[in-house]
Design a binder for this molecule. Structure first.
Ligand SMILES: N[C@@H](CCC(=O)N[C@@H](CS)C(=O)NCC(=O)O)C(=O)O
Length: 209
């Protein structure tokens, strides 16, 4: 069985969404990303992954895979019939990777990570100004489109959805991009997305911020 190391409402949420969307049963382990301890048994998360970051996916053969873009595509490829990713070789597979990179680098690491990691120590003015321009890119893309890639939900939607959920706590009002606000509402209406959020919001209360 696949195993996912996660932290509630961190970027590993998109991997949980993908697993639920695909109907893949998995074991979940809560890794505390600040203390680097495993909540189950107090073990050292750095022994699971020297990166000390979630997500970590443990494959059936025991290999460990990190980095959301890789983990999400792996999950999609376990159940190709669910079509959470276009087939390898299809131009849309590269579109998917294009969006996974954009979400991971330009939204997650350029804005969300410094905002939640460093809090506001006065150094966040530039990322805050830039995120407004950054988010106008998916907003324009999603005007008149239901999903990021093609005409069905993919793991890129799971990943963008996670970042959009964190905008409010990061002090950014999504209402300034009506296509993004409507997209987030549609994504949150999906049973797998709702369930993933409910599970992790309940667990969030058990870990100190
Ligand atoms: N490039 C990685 C970034 C993973 C990442 O930054 N995860 C955060 C949670 S959203 C984390 O575990 N941070 C702990 C740390 O960096 O020490 C990915 O896309 O998966």
């Amino acid at each position: 069985m696949l195993q996912l190391y996660f932290f509630p409402m961190a970027c590993s949420l998109s991997s949980r969404i993908a697993l639920l969307e695909a109907g893949i049963e998995a074991q979940y382990h809560l890794a505390h990303i600040w203390t680097k301890r495993l909540v189950d048994d107090g073990g050292d998360f750095l022994r699971v992954s020297p990166k000390g970051a979630v997500p970590v996916l443990v494959l059936e053969n025991g290999e460990r895979l990190t980095e959301s873009a890789a983990v999400l595509q792996y999950i999609a490829d376990v159940k190709p019939e669910v079509r959470l990713a276009p087939r390898p070789g299809d131009i849309d597979r590269y579109r998917l990777q294009e969006w996974l990179s954009f979400v991971g680098a330009e939204i997650h690491k350029a804005f969300l990570f410094p905002t939640f990691w460093y809090k506001d120590d006065g150094s966040l003015a530039k990322p805050r100004a830039r995120i407004i321009e950054t988010l106008s890119v998916p907003a324009a893309h999603l005007a008149g489109r239901e999903f990021l890639v093609g005409d069905a939900f993919t793991v890129a939607d799971a990943h963008l959805t996670w970042t959009l959920l964190l905008l409010r706590p990061a002090g950014i009002d999504i209402a300034q991009w009506p296509p993004l606000a409507a997209y987030l509402e549609r994504m949150q209406a999906r049973p797998a997305v709702r369930r993933a959020i409910a599970i992790e919001m309940a667990l969030r209360k058990t870990v100190a911020a």
